[in-house]
Design a protein around this ligand. Structure first.
Ligand code: C5P
Length: 407
C-alpha cells in the first residue's frame, strides 16, 4: 500500500467513528488518505479529527470557492488510486445507484474513473429493504466493490446484518484491490464450511457449540485472495463476510449439507465447520412449556449427516481436493490418519485441543497437516490468517501438480 492514494468518503452514521481507526491503519501501511466528509458525516466525526489523522485537508463543500479553486471535485476523485466509502449509508448508496450528484461526496463518486469500494453500515431493516438491495445490485453491476456489513448488535439496539466491517477487514479489502497479487487459484471453485451449526429444540431453544468461524472464514478469505471463486457456507457467527466471497448463511447441519451440495461442482472443499453430531429428532413447532410439578423432558436425538464424508464420497463430481479438520486430545497423527480413512478426505488439519485451550474463538492455531499423499507437516503456532495462507499455498501447489500430471 506504500505510496497508494486513497480518497475516503465518510458518510453519516454512528459507525463513522471507525473511519478514524481506518485512516490510522491505512497510514501505518504507507497509504496517503484524503477525506471527504458529508454533511451528515460531520454530525458524527469532526473535520479536525479526520484532518489530524489523515495529515491532509478535509473536503466537504462542493460550492466552496477555496476548495474548488485549490482542488476541483474532478481532480479530487481522479488523484486517488481508489475511492473508499466508509461508512456507506443507505442514502449515499441510493445516490450512487441513481447517479445523483448534489454534494461533494456524490459528485466525486460520479466523476471518478477509479475503483470504488463501499463499506455499508445501517440498521438491519434498512439493509434488508428491497430498495437498498436493489441499489446494491445496481452498484455491483456497475463494478463497485463491497466489504461487509457484518452481523451483530447495532448502536440502535437492534441485532442483524448492518454493522460496518471492522477496520482490518476494510484494510484487507483495500489491499486486495490495490495490489492484484499473483492469483494462483484463478478459475478454481472452492467451497468452505465454517462456524457452528444450530439445531432447534423448539422455536426458541437450540443446541449449538462455541465455534467462532474464525478459521473457516480466514480460509475462505485466503482462497478468494488467491483468485478462487469461493462459496462460504456458514452457521451463525460474528465474523464479517470475507471480501469477494459468496456467503450462504445456514443454521442446521441438514441445511448446511443442502447448501454445500447446491454449491457443487467445486475443485476444492474445506470443511472447517463444527457440525453438531446430533440434532433433535423432532423439533417442536410450539414452545415447550414448563409445567408445575412436571418431569423434565427428554430430548430424543438423531444423527446429523456428515458433510465432510458426503463431499468426499468417491464418484463423479467429487471435488479434486477435500480437506477436513480434526480436534484431537491424544495421538494426533494416528487419530488424524484414521479420520482421513474414515471420512475419505484427502487432507486433515489436526489440532491438539488439549494443549491449545485458546483455539476455540482465539486468533491463533497450532496445526499439523496430515495428508494421504505426503508426510505430516507440523506448523508452528500461527495466526488463523497465516494458517489459511499456508493452506492455500499447499492447495495451489497440489492443484498445479495434478494439472501437470493430467497433461
Ligand atoms: O468427526 P469429527 O467431527 O471429528 O470430524 C471433524 C471434521 O468433519 C471437520 O472437518 C468437520 O467440519 C467435519 N464434519 C462434517 N459434518 C459432520 C461432522 C463433522 O462436515 N456432521
Amino acid at each position: 500500500m506504500q505510496g497508494n492514494r486513497i480518497l475516503l468518503i465518510v458518510a453519516g452514521g454512528i459507525a463513522a467513528y471507525k473511519s478514524l481507526e481506518l485512516i490510522r491503519r491505512l497510514r501505518e501501511r504507507g497509504a496517503a488518505v484524503r477525506c471527504v466528509l458529508t454533511r451528515a458525516g460531520a454530525e458524527f466525526v469532526t473535520p479536525l479529527a479526520l484532518a489530524s489523522l489523515s495529515g491532509d485537508k478535509v473536503f466537504s463543500d462542493l460550492f466552496s470557492l477555496t476548495d474548488e479553486a485549490e482542488m476541483g471535485h474532478i481532480r479530487l476523485s481522479r488523484e486517488a488510486d481508489l475511492v473508499v466509502v466508509a461508512p456507506a449509508t443507505a442514502d449515499l448508496i441510493a445516490k450512487m445507484a441513481h447517479g445523483l450528484a448534489d454534494d461533494l461526496a456524490s459528485t466525486a463518486l460520479l466523476a471518478t474513473d477509479k475503483p470504488v469500494l463501499i463499506a455499508p453500515a445501517m440498521n438491519p431493516e434498512m439493509w434488508q429493504h428491497p430498495a437498498t438491495q436493489r441499489n446494491l445490485a445496481q452498484l455491483a453491476a456497475d463494478g463497485v466493490r463491497q466489504v461487509g456489513p457484518a452481523p451483530g448488535e447495532m448502536a440502535c439496539g437492534e441485532t442483524g446484518l448492518g454493522r460496518l466491517a471492522e477496520p482490518d477487514e476494510i484494510v484487507a479489502a483495500i489491499a486486495a484491490l490495490l495490489a492484484p497479487v499473483a492469483r494462483p487459484l484463478a478459475g478454481v471453485r472452492a467451497l468452505v464450511t465454517s462456524g457452528p451449526t444450530v439445531e432447534a429444540i423448539d422455536p426458541v431453544r437450540f443446541i449449538a457449540n462455541r465455534s467462532s468461524g474464525k478459521q473457516g472464514h480466514a480460509i475462505a478469505a485466503a482462497l478468494a485472495g488467491a483468485g478462487a471463486e469461493v462459496t462460504l457456507v456458514s452457521g451463525p457467527v460474528h465474523e464479517p463476510d470475507p471480501a469477494g466471497v459468496r456467503v450462504v448463511r445456514v443454521e442446521s447441519a441438514v441445511a448446511m449439507l443442502a447448501a454445500c451440495q447446491a454449491a457443487l461442482p467445486v475443485e476444492v472443499a474445506v470443511c472447517a465447520a463444527a457440525v453438531a453430531d446430533w440434532r433433535v429428532a423432532e423439533p417442536l413447532t410450539q414452545k415447550l412449556k414448563k409445567r408445575a410439578g412436571g418431569a423434565a423432558p427428554t430430548l430424543a436425538l438423531a444423527e446429523n449427516p456428515d458433510i465432510l464424508k458426503t463431499l468426499a464420497r468417491r464418484g463423479p463430481g467429487r471435488p479434486e481436493l477435500v480437506i477436513g479438520f480434526a480436534a484431537e486430545t491424544e495421538d494426533l497423527e494416528g487419530n488424524a490418519r484414521r479420520k482421513l480413512a474414515a471420512k475419505g478426505c484427502d487432507w486433515i488439519l489436526a489440532n491438539d485441543v488439549s494443549r491449545e485451550q485458546a483455539t476455540f474463538g482465539g486468533v491463533y492455531n497450532t496445526v499439523k497437516l496430515v495428508r494421504a499423499d505426503a508426510e505430516l507437516e507440523a506448523w508452528p503456532r500461527l495466526s488463523k490468517a497465516e494458517v489459511a495462507a499456508r493452506l492455500v499455498v499447499r492447495i495451489a501447489a497440489h492443484l498445479r501438480a495434478a494439472t501437470v500430471a493430467a497433461a
